[in-house]
Design a protein around this ligand. Structure first.
Ligand SMILES: [Zn+2]
Length: 432
């Protein structure tokens, strides 16, 4: 039968079962345990390696992590190890139960895995690392395992990381919402945005007062009291929580959210006017102008520049709104909050006279948040703006790559995994 001697099978025959044990002893050695017998599984597609306790070694209680006298054995079970030569590798072991003084009769603790997972820690860490580079589905396919196993691996690594991360000395945070799934489902994301360390700290369901408060419950009052800068958008529930929990911090409205709001308003003006002109029987002048007015002038293509020049000849609402938006860019160039404030007042005054409702709405909003806007200039040297935007983009990429992530829990895991900069459990051997 040809199938009996596919190349991985030959590889194992050539490398030899003894050498496999040597490799395992070298890269996956655990005190108190020895490897014995490596052979093919019944299907010829896997390798099975027996593990047994070293002679005279004492089992450790999984409850209190202390050595304890043996009680009995459970039936043999497999722990899946990193595949070799395309073959699945299982470590077979009969777990002992101990009779612990503190915990009673419980299963022993084994260093390569635990009772809950079918995969060894080494394999879970291996899969989880790949799941950061590939989608979970691709990871599962690459290593002949299932999406659920990859998910399990990520869950283990993220759980370990959250338990072992340090949350000391957070000086600056940014809070942002992100839309997921179809419809209006939102997550609240809290990032650390210190100059030396940017990472995702918290994922909350919804974008309510309660979800953001969850973050402060996790970090506790003394850490919250040390926060010096908070960056957010103008979402009212966030503003409330920040006032309440970080009253001592300088609260900054994030530039990127304001630019986004302004672009949205301009887009509304353009779309409405375009519809109106079509109804009135005018030529479709505003078609294909969307990017001309939304992009920064210096980023336009030659074609778009022509179109913009053409457009500017008409006294349209869209044009006036565009000029107001372009004008506002100057705001961010100021150094002194006083001058920036004067500019803001002047701009809002002009805009209120524009008779363009979406732009007037923006002006009213900016006026209402004047003080928070000007904080941008007070904090400018301390936190780099654009950090929240960058993290937000990464979060969106993670979500896009994650087509099976339908539930909040899975999405939460994926976001922590790719943006949390979590510590990882250590192995006796590095596989990369
Ligand atoms: Zn115990």
């Amino acid at each position: 039968m040809a199938a009996r001697f596919t190349w991985p099978v030959l590889a194992l025959k050539i490398v030899g079962a003894m050498e496999l044990l040597t490799i395992l002893n070298h890269c996956h050695h655990h005190r108190g345990f020895v490897y014995q017998h490596a052979r093919f599984g019944p299907d010829q597609k896997s390798i099975e390696v027996n593990v047994r306790p070293r002679e005279g070694s004492v089992a450790v209680c999984s409850g209190c992590h202390q050595p304890a006298p043996g009680y009995d054995h459970l039936p043999e079970r497999g722990f899946e190890f990193i595949p070799l030569w395309g073959l699945l590798v299982f470590l077979l072991y009969r777990m002992r139960r101990v009779d612990c003084r503190n915990c009673g009769v419980v299963v022993e603790e084994v260093p390569w895995g635990d009772g809950k997972h079918q995969l060894t820690r080494a394999y879970m860490l291996f899969l989880a690392r790949w799941a950061r580079k590939l989608s979970w589905k691709e990871t599962a396919e690459a290593f002949h395992t299932s999406w659920d196993q990859v998910c399990d691996a990520v869950e283990y690594v993220v759980g370990w990381g959250l338990e072992h991360r340090t949350l000391e000395s957070i000086r600056a945070i940014g809070v942002d919402e992100i839309q997921y799934a179809k419809g209006h489902k939102y997550l609240t994301l809290v990032y650390q945005i210190d100059q030396g360390l940017t990472r995702l700290l918290w994922v909350g369901k919804e974008r309510t007062i309660e979800s953001f408060q969850g973050f402060f419950t996790v970090i506790g009052e003394s850490l919250a009291a040390q926060i010096e800068f908070v960056c957010s958008d103008m979402w009212a529930p966030y503003l409330d929580v920040i006032r309440q929990k970080c009253s001592q911090a300088l609260h900054i409205l994030d530039r990127f959210h304001i630019v986004a709001k302004m672009n949205k308003a301009l887009d509304d003006v353009r779309a409405a006017e375009s519809r109106q002109m079509a109804q009135d029987g005018y030529q479709p002048l505003l078609n294909k102008t969307r990017w001309c007015v939304l992009k920064r002038k210096e980023n336009l293509t030659a074609q778009q520049k022509f179109r913009l020049r053409d457009l500017l000849r008409y006294n349209l609402q869209t044009v006036r709104a565009y000029l107001l938006k372009e004008d506002f860019q100057q705001f961010w160039e100021y150094h002194s909050p006083t001058w920036a404030g004067m500019f803001l007042d002047f701009w809002c005054q002009q805009t209120m006279r524009s008779r363009i409702p979406p732009m007037k709405k923006i002006a009213r909003t900016l006026r209402a948040h004047r003080e928070l806007l000007l904080n941008y200039f007070k904090a400018r040297k301390q936190i780099s703006s654009g950090v929240v935007e960058g993290l937000n983009n990464k979060a969106k990429v993670t979500m896009r790559r994650s087509y099976g992530f339908r539930t909040f829990r899975i999405l939460e895991l994926a976001l922590y995994h790719s943006l949390g900069k979590l510590p990882e459990p250590e192995l006796t051997h590095e596989f990369f």
